[in-house]
Design a protein around this ligand. Structure first.
Ligand code: ZN
Length: 200
């Protein structure tokens, strides 16, 4: 607060005729000024360019770097690197499937009735197919990002291919139906896992 008043004082001293206070209040609401992290003075960062490309912005008082801008080359590199597979959800699904498989294996020893083994079996099937669907989903997202496409186009293509296949081959309808059920199931289960992990 004290630095701000000293700055406006200096403005008044150097240029008495210019209405600096109104000028200052005009910028206040728009956050045109920032505090320098080094000298703590209120300033407007100056942009440093190199061959027409902004490289960084600095404090006009002390020269401290305020922000660095990625160069065109860095932007190009990050485009080629692309995102990696999101393994957080995959790991969770894998662990859940593995625990159900383990439960299925030992269910005969725990209880004589087949109920536990039936629950474990459904758990393995449910989370196992979700795991496979998630791998497929991540692969499509990865491919779309890799070639800078919108993944919606990939899904539209899959839906179109499925509809065409259903018209041409009646016996494939059941499999395609199961495939879309699995995709919807994956959305529900992954959504639930994400909701549970974010609320914690
Ligand atoms: Zn500074």
């Amino acid at each position: 607060m004290s630095s701000q008043s000293s700055l406006s004082d200096r403005f008044k001293r150097s240029s008495q005729s210019i209405q600096t206070p109104s000028n200052h209040s005009m910028f206040k609401g728009h956050h045109a000024t920032v505090g320098c992290p080094v000298c703590h003075r209120i300033m407007v960062p100056r942009v440093i360019t190199y061959s027409g490309q902004p490289t960084k912005s600095i404090c006009p008082f002390c020269g401290a770097t305020f922000a660095r801008f990625p160069s065109g080359f860095q932007k190009l590199l990050s485009r080629f690197q692309g995102p990696r597979l999101t393994t957080v959800i995959l790991n969770k699904l894998f662990i859940i499937t593995l625990s159900f498989s383990f439960l299925w294996l030992v269910s005969d020893q725990i209880s004589a009735s087949g109920q536990l083994s039936l629950i474990a079996f459904f758990g393995v099937v449910l989370f196992g197919t979700t795991l496979l669907a998630e791998i497929l989903f991540q692969s499509i997202e990865y491919l779309a990002e890799r070639f800078s496409h919108d993944s919606k186009h990939y899904w539209a293509l899959i839906v179109m291919l499925s509809i065409t296949t259903m018209y041409l081959r009646d016996d494939m309808t059941g499999y395609i139906g199961v495939f879309f059920l699995v995709v919807i199931l994956r959305g529900l289960i992954v959504g639930t896992i994400q909701l549970l992990s974010s609320s914690r």
